[in-house]
Write a protein that binds this ligand. Structure first.
Ligand SMILES: NC(=O)C1=CN([C@@H]2O[C@H](COP(=O)(O)OP(=O)(O)OC[C@H]3O[C@@H](n4cnc5c(N)ncnc54)[C@H](O)[C@@H]3O)[C@@H](O)[C@H]2O)C=CC1
Ligand SMILES: C[C@]12CC(=O)[C@H]3[C@@H](CCC4=CC(=O)CC[C@@]43C)[C@@H]1CC[C@@H]2C(=O)CO
Length: 388
């Protein structure tokens, strides 16, 4: 029998051979099971290979088929999880939102949870005490107070004497206010940095000796605002950019110690922060009363109030199902090989694609469009436009 010498047969055949060896290896290590979905994926891969074979140049077809095979392997390989038994996790910011939900989930999974709250009488503080097991401990901790961090470190050492501390979930975060970068008060920039960067760094450093001895995990909830320029979020985004940077530096510096570091990038969710109208009203009044008069005249109070209204309007579109974030936090704690970054939100892939790959003239307008639907311009620019 004469073997075909067609280059495409050899090219695609080599891709299939490599893919088959990988699948065999995964089956033999029970890292993959032959589910109906897997059969459907294999069938679709064959169809895709025919398409490449018939319509694409060999090299492009090989690259696309190889990518499709790796994608199928990645989504069909169940992520190996470590046992929960005996593992203790400290989660910050459990008064509401992701922290409260994550503390509940980890308690249900059987972890020993140490949940820190800013206010022991917060909804999270009350609900966690009421609904969770006696394995859960609640600690009052303000990340801007070193003495609170010291106390939390001591209590954690006592509570984890038997099996050590397996993971730290840096969830607590604060958006002091939103508004144009020029208009944002320095106290807004400092407020965001104090909690999101310095406070989170301080609790991380305080618990790192325990995490190094357990070869455990650091999971930090940052924000896409730290990676893309969302309008009105310069102060908050800058603090999250600093946080993401320091966590990624920890990631590779702690690798030799066996500590794995992951960053969670959530989309927009309707948590305590979004709905805290009294907080935003208070900050709005503080902004108007502290702005230098010439700035207030150039931008106009009506512009600043419109910013607030648009931000509230945007908040109405926020997602109420936190599970993508909680699932990401759980995977980062329990997976044998946690991801470096978790993008926890449905449309985030589009946001990142536009923010990374498209020209700034397009991505700037995309990020502006998130908030600036029909937004008026600063007063001085409106006047300029009217005189043109
Ligand atoms: N909700 C959203 O759309 C998104 C939230 N995030 C981040 O998710 C994390 C959790 O926030 P959410 O649950 O959304 O809001 P949230 O306001 O419900 O929770 C924030 C938590 O941080 C705590 N906190 C605030 N200042 C603190 C301080 N000085 N010391 C200790 N704890 C303090 C609050 O008490 C609260 O428990 C934050 O880091 C936030 O920046 C990131 C992207 C999107
Ligand atoms: C600031 C805050 C949390 C965020 O990071 C989001 C922001 C609303 C706009 C966004 C859309 C996204 O797709 C990514 C996240 C984010 C930048 C949220 C408004 C209030 C939230 C807050 O105060 C968190 O403490």
């Amino acid at each position: 029998m004469e073997l075909s010498t067609s280059p495409s047969i050899w090219a695609y055949g080599s891709v299939w051979l490599f893919f088959s060896l990988l699948v065999y290896f995964k089956f033999s290590h029970s890292d993959m099971v032959l589910t109906p979905a897997l059969l459907v994926y294999f069938f679709l891969l064959v169809l895709f290979e025919w398409f490449c074979h018939l319509y694409l140049p060999i090299l492009l077809g090989m690259v696309l088929l190889s990518s499709a095979c790796f994608y199928v392997l990645s989504i069909t390989s169940p992520r190996k999880l470590l046992p929960v038994a005996g593992k203790a996790v400290l989660i910050t910011g459990c008064d509401s939102g992701f922290g409260k939900a994550a503390a509940q989930r980890l308690d249900e999974l059987g972890f020993k949870v140490i949940a820190t709250v800013l206010d022991l009488e917060s909804p999270g503080g009350k609900d966690l005490r009421k609904n969770c097991s006696d394995r859960l401990t609640i600690i009052q901790m303000d990340l801007t107070k070193p003495e609170d961090i010291k106390r939390a470190q001591q209590i954690t050492k006592e509570k984890t004497r038997e099996n050590g501390l397996w993971a730290l979930v840096n969830n607590a975060g604060y958006c002091a206010h939103f508004g144009d970068a020029e208009l944002s008060l320095m106290s807004t920039y400092r407020g965001c940095m104090e909690v999101n960067f310095f406070g989170t760094l301080e609790i991380t450093k305080a618990l790192l000796p325990m995490l190094r001895s357990s070869k455990g995990r650091i999971v930090t909830v940052s924000s896409p605002a730290g990676e893309h320029s969302f309008p009105f979020l310069a102060a908050y985004g800058s603090s999250k950019a600093a946080l993401s940077r320091v966590m990624d530096t920890f990631r590779h510096e702690l690798m030799p110690w066996g500590v794995k570091v992951s960053v969670i990038q959530p989309g927009s969710y309707k948590t305590g922060a979004h709905d805290d109208k009294s907080h935003w009203e208070r900050q709005h009044k503080k902004l108007l009363s502290n702005l230098p008069n010439e700035l207030l005249q150039e931008y106009g109070e009506e512009y600043i109030s419109e910013t607030q209204n648009l931000f509230f309007e945007y908040g109405k579109t926020a997602c109420t199902d936190f599970s993508p974030v909680i699932d990401s936090i759980t995977d980062a704690i329990l997976s044998e090989n946690p991801k470096v970054k978790y993008y926890a939100g449905k449309q985030l892939w589009l946001l990142y694609f536009i923010g990374i790959y498209l020209p700034s003239s397009i991505s700037d307008n995309f990020f502006k469009s998130l908030f600036l639907k029909g937004k008026i311009m600063p007063r001085a620019l409106r006047k300029q436009k009217n005189t043109e």
